[in-house]
Ligand binder design. Structure first.
Ligand SMILES: Cc1ncc(COP(=O)(O)OP(=O)(O)O)c(N)n1
Ligand SMILES: Cc1nc(C(=O)O)sc1CCOP(=O)(O)O
Ligand SMILES: [Mg+2]
Length: 209
């Protein structure tokens, strides 16, 4: 399995409808504070867009709705794991990504054989209050050395300029929220991310048929 190197996170199906068709191939729906019916409506709408565009959709937190609605991927943090039925997630054939911030969390995550591990916040984030301030890219290299082939996601304060350093340190994928959603031109910013994170197409030399 290979994940796209660019992994934006949005808080509504409307954002997904707006930006995923630009070429995003891996996306997370991360909704906070909504009722169950709203969550399910949003997941269904996001799923429809992603089916159309061939994009891998990851559902944050709402594992039961994700199972019920036939989703392929779930992301859970450490607190989410306290309440989640990971056996039911696995029995439904759903892939699981897990957040980690320190070694104890990494051990707990790896025991669940995750389909990816996220480490953050690599840089300070303005999205949410966290007890961790800034982990630094060096910690990505430590995680890389410990998790074998498990895909590693860098998250927290990531920008296009910072992405190369995260990949160089061992991240497979870079995730971003506010660098896109708070940008004055989110469409242009997504295109810039796609350009920066996709391997260049093999160019046909001019004059060749
Ligand atoms: C790719 C990715 N990494 C980390 C998180 C954070 O998950 P969690 O710690 O459960 O916090 P919330 O996002 O639920 O506030 C994530 N969502 N995605
Ligand atoms: C949702 C989330 N989880 C993090 C973690 O470290 O687990 S950091 C983060 C916020 C990422 O947003 P931005 O790209 O705007 O900094
Ligand atoms: Mg969570």
């Amino acid at each position: 399995m290979s994940l796209d190197r660019f992994y934006p996170i949005f808080d509504s199906a409307a954002w997904i409808e707006r930006l995923v068709p630009l070429g995003i191939k891996l996306v997370q729906l991360r909704i906070k504070d909504a009722d169950d019916q709203t969550i399910r409506t949003e997941i269904s709408a996001a799923k429809e867009v992603c089916a159309r565009t061939g994009t891998t959709l990851v559902i944050n937190d709402y594992w039961q709705a994700a199972i019920d609605l036939g989703c392929d991927w779930i992301h859970l943090g450490q607190e989410d794991l306290d309440d989640a039925d990971t056996d039911a997630i696995r029995a439904a054939g759903i892939k699981l990504g897990i957040s980690t911030h320190d070694r104890a969390e990494l051990s707990r995550a790896m025991a669940l054989k995750p389909d990816y591990v996220a480490l953050g916040p690599i840089y300070p984030t303005i999205l949410k209050q966290m007890k961790w301030h800034e982990q630094g890219v060096e910690k990505l290299s430590k995680w890389r050395a410990e998790i074998g082939d498990t895909p590693l996601i860098a998250i927290g304060g990531m920008t296009i300029q910072r992405a190369a350093g995260a990949y160089d340190a061992g991240a497979d994928v870079v995730s971003a929220v506010t660098d896109i959603t708070l940008n004055a031109d989110p469409e242009a910013q997504v295109k810039a991310w796609l350009h920066a994170t996709r391997p260049p197409h093999s160019a046909t030399p001019r004059g060749d048929a």
